[in-house]
Ligand binder design. Structure first.
Ligand code: ZN
Length: 97
């Protein structure tokens, strides 16, 4: 049994997986001059109108990305269903008038 047993990934996760490239701010670091920037893959999400990020371990990036895509697909389906419901209600109440 590995020390860090993988937990099941949630079915849906709200947020967007993004790759950040940035300087760390240390004056003597490779990134301060011509060297490559630091790359990290994060989950970006909003909470109380603020954008927050959480670092993703490399071996979890694809599973988190897939869960965010399932969330977007589910959200789209729910919106379509609710729009159909709205149209049906308007049609019914319109006819009764
Ligand atoms: Zn650096």
């Amino acid at each position: 049994m590995p020390a860090k047993a993988k937990r099941a990934m949630p079915e849906t996760i709200r947020g967007t997986v993004v790759t950040q490239r940035r300087r760390c701010g240390k004056a003597n670091c490779r990134c301060a001059n011509e060297g490559p920037l630091h790359v990290s893959v994060v989950l970006s999400y909003s909470e109380h109108s603020r954008t927050r990020v959480v670092m993703l371990p490399p071996d979890e990036v694809e599973a988190v990305r897939a869960a965010t895509e399932r969330y977007r697909a589910a959200k789209k389906r729910l919106e379509e269903e609710a729009n159909t419901g709205l149209a049906q209600l308007i049609a019914r109440l319109g006819r009764a008038r």
